[in-house]
Design a protein around this ligand. Structure first.
Ligand code: CMP
Length: 147
């Protein structure tokens, strides 16, 4: 059963010219890229996207980071896409990723636990929510597959 998930290259990934390298890793790992858009997020959008982290101490810093430049958002598809994409990006803290997951995306382009260059949905509920957040036509499940 094919699955879709959201991938988001954060401002440091885009400005650091990691986009091509990340896309190569995505395609070599068997994902198809179904949608792709570049957006400049504002504070409200980031606060909404990361609403579950609103009480964390790093929230205001996260908003500053995520609005610092454009992000590249993609919808990826393959079997087991959600878990496999989380595996490919590696642990949240890029410093840890460089040690424990040297071939991960975050090991390649991340800096620390905040500036980790890439995002992946952590569950099918998050994937659905995050895909419809950026791609309105994907909001009512089903319609997308059949068009
Ligand atoms: P992401 O996987 O996109 O989900 C939430 C983001 O918050 C995370 O990547 C990091 O960019 C950021 N984040 C998570 N933990 C921390 C932390 N301890 N300090 C600062 N930023 C963090």
């Amino acid at each position: 059963e094919k699955e879709k998930t959201l991938a988001l290259i954060k401002p440091d990934g885009v400005s650091g010219n990691y986009t091509d390298g990340i896309k190569r890793m995505i395609l070599e790992s068997g994902f198809s890229i179904l949608r792709e858009t570049i957006v400049q997020l504002d504070e409200d959008k980031v606060a909404n996207f990361y609403a579950e982290h609103s009480s964390r101490t790093f929230f205001s810093s996260l908003i500053k980071y995520m609005t610092s430049g454009p992000v590249l958002v993609m919808v990826l598809e393959k079997e087991n896409a959600i878990a496999d994409w989380r595996g490919l990006i590696g642990p949240t803290d890029a410093r840890k990723a460089k040690i424990t997951h040297p071939h991960s995306v975050r090991a390649m382009c991340g800096l620390d636990s905040e500036q980790n260059c890439i995002h992946g949905s952590d569950s099918s509920l998050s994937a659905q929510r995050e895909m419809s957040f950026f791609f309105k036509e994907m909001s009512s499940g089903g319609g997308f597959d059949k068009d």
